[in-house]
Design a protein around this ligand. Structure first.
Ligand SMILES: NC(=O)c1ccc[n+]([C@@H]2O[C@H](COP(=O)([O-])OP(=O)(O)OC[C@H]3O[C@@H](n4cnc5c(N)ncnc54)[C@H](O)[C@@H]3O)[C@@H](O)[C@H]2O)c1
Length: 452
């Protein structure tokens, strides 16, 4: 299918909006009800996905690839516990996933590896003929990586869904419901980000007393073995999608609106060095490491329809977790950090916050009302259920995924653009239009289906 038609179909589906199935792109799953899924990367995040996939009767996890014996062992235990058939395991070297793609006939693939592997694994999967690729957050490192993913998805008429679970957070979806019903009026300004003290994640010896508690790199555990290096080499908003995904849905980015330009600022970097010194001592070799990532990176984005966005990346300092959402319109605003809301003429007292809970309960999104039982036990307060559910249902129904390759590229490209802006002395940089102008015609689809 030509790109234009492919996009048009997406718009047509959206034109029929509320509670209609999205457009049919492919025949319903050839393997009957059980879709065949492969997973690349069964570390901590991949195991969450595996666990959810194993609970589903409509999924067969037929192949798993990882290079860590430890992580594979845990994954295999999960399979055994579930009573499901053991998938074929691919391992041994960093290219084992390529053998998996050659040998397996998969309906969909889930990628939960370190960031640097996402682009080659997405592109490799598409080239191998996989029609549905679900990738963990960020889909590439450079801007070119993002273009490569978009162009390859278009070339193969395939779906790439970034598994951005925060879009499905219960309060985030209730607020989406409120936005769509006009409670906040016309949206003007939005905030969000990733504000999470990751010092114990960036330095983690996996409880191995032979290794120092401020280890990172080859001898460290899970994300400390790869993520920390990004804080050494790079300075920008390294993790924008948890904040910007929900915001993009609120203001219909790539669907009648778009990011026009971006400007980022970085604070000085102290948090990681101070942590090393505190836990490992001044003479620890990692005390000499120069961490480039500023402790607080702030990014401003201007949108075509006039809204402004403020994103923050704040992972190196002591702080309680908060994604810092603020959704503000001509009639009022919601802020998640104080769990409060204010709606003009509706909130009881002028100029005073009221607790958001009653509003969020009242406007609970229909998808949460429908699936709340199934979300029990799923990660991150249940939202992880939805992202896997949407991916699997899209495969089963042969439809476009509700978050598509243009969403993935646009949200994730904030990282290289913010790096560029900071490197240029906080210059404003133009935001590329991955949709090639189609953003003007595409219509919202996210959470407008009665099932996923
Ligand atoms: N959406 C969320 O809430 C959420 C939460 C945590 C992590 N993540 C994302 O998930 C991804 C994985 O993070 P994680 O916490 O599981 O990290 P992790 O280090 O625990 O797991 C990564 C796994 O990938 C494996 N791997 C590395 N290179 C490989 C290769 N070439 N072939 C096969 N396997 C390979 C590693 O052995 C490891 O088991 C990252 O993108 C991270 O940002 C998302």
């Amino acid at each position: 299918m030509k790109r234009r038609n492919f996009l048009k179909n997406g718009s047509l589906a959206a034109a029929s909006v509320a509670f209609m199935p999205s457009s049919q792109l492919f025949a319903k799953s050839a393997s009957g009800n059980a879709v065949k899924i492969g997973i690349i990367g069964v570390g901590l995040r991949g195991q969450n996905h595996l666990e959810l996939l194993l609970t589903r009767k409509d999924v067969e996890v037929t192949a798993i690839c990882d290079i860590s014996d430890y992580m594979l062992q845990s994954a295999k235990q999960e399979v055994t516990k579930s009573g499901k058939k053991m998938p074929t395991i691919y391992t041994g070297d960093v290219n084992a996933w390529k053998r998996m793609l050659e040998k397996e006939k998969l309906d969909g693939i889930v990628i939960a590896t370190p960031w640097e592997w996402h682009k080659p694994m997405i592109v490799g999967s598409l080239e191998a003929g996989v029609k549905y690729v679900g990738s963990e957050v960020c889909i590439g490192l450079s801007l070119q990586d993002h273009w490569d993913v978009v162009k390859t998805a278009e070339r193969y008429n395939a779906q790439v869904m970034m598994l951005e679970n925060v879009c499905y957070r219960r309060d985030v979806m209730a607020v989406l419901n409120m936005v769509r019903q006009g409670l906040f009026g016309e949206l003007i300004h939005l905030q969000g980000g990733y504000q999470h003290d990751l010092r114990e994640v960036k330095f983690n010896n996996g409880n191995n007393p032979a290794n120092s508690p401020v280890e990172f790199g080859a001898k460290a555990f899970s994300e400390a073995s790869w993520r920390t290096e990004h804080s050494v080499q790079r300075n920008g908003d390294l993790y924008p999608t948890h904040g910007v995904g929900p915001i993009a849905n609120y203001i219909n980015i790539n669907r009648g609106n778009r990011f026009v330009n971006l400007c980022s600022f970085s604070s000085k970097a102290r948090g990681l060095h101070n942590h090393v010194v505190k836990k490992g001592g001044e003479n620890h070799p990692n005390a000499k490491v120069n961490f480039r990532l500023g402790d607080v990176v702030t990014t401003n984005i201007q949108c075509a329809n006039g809204e402004t966005i403020l994103l923050q990346h704040d992972t190196n300092l002591p702080r309680p977790y908060s994604l810092g959402f603020r959704v503000q319109g001509t009639e009022g605003l919601w802020m998640d950090v104080n769990k409060s809301i204010y709606i003009q003429d509706k909130s009881p007292n002028a100029h005073q916050w009221e607790p958001a809970k009653a509003w969020l309960d009242k406007y609970d999104h229909p998808l949460w009302a429908r699936w709340s039982k199934e979300t029990e036990g799923a990660g991150h307060g249940g939202m992880d259920f939805f992202v896997i559910h949407a991916f699997v249902e899209s495969i089963k129904n042969g439809t476009a995924t509700p978050l598509d390759v243009y969403d993935a590229a646009t949200w994730s490209a904030i990282t290289p653009l913010s790096e560029q802006s900071i490197a240029l002395g906080n210059e404003t940089v133009a935001f590329p239009d991955f949709t090639g102008g189609e953003w003007m015609y595409r219509k919202p689809v996210f959470a407008l289906n009665d099932s996923y």
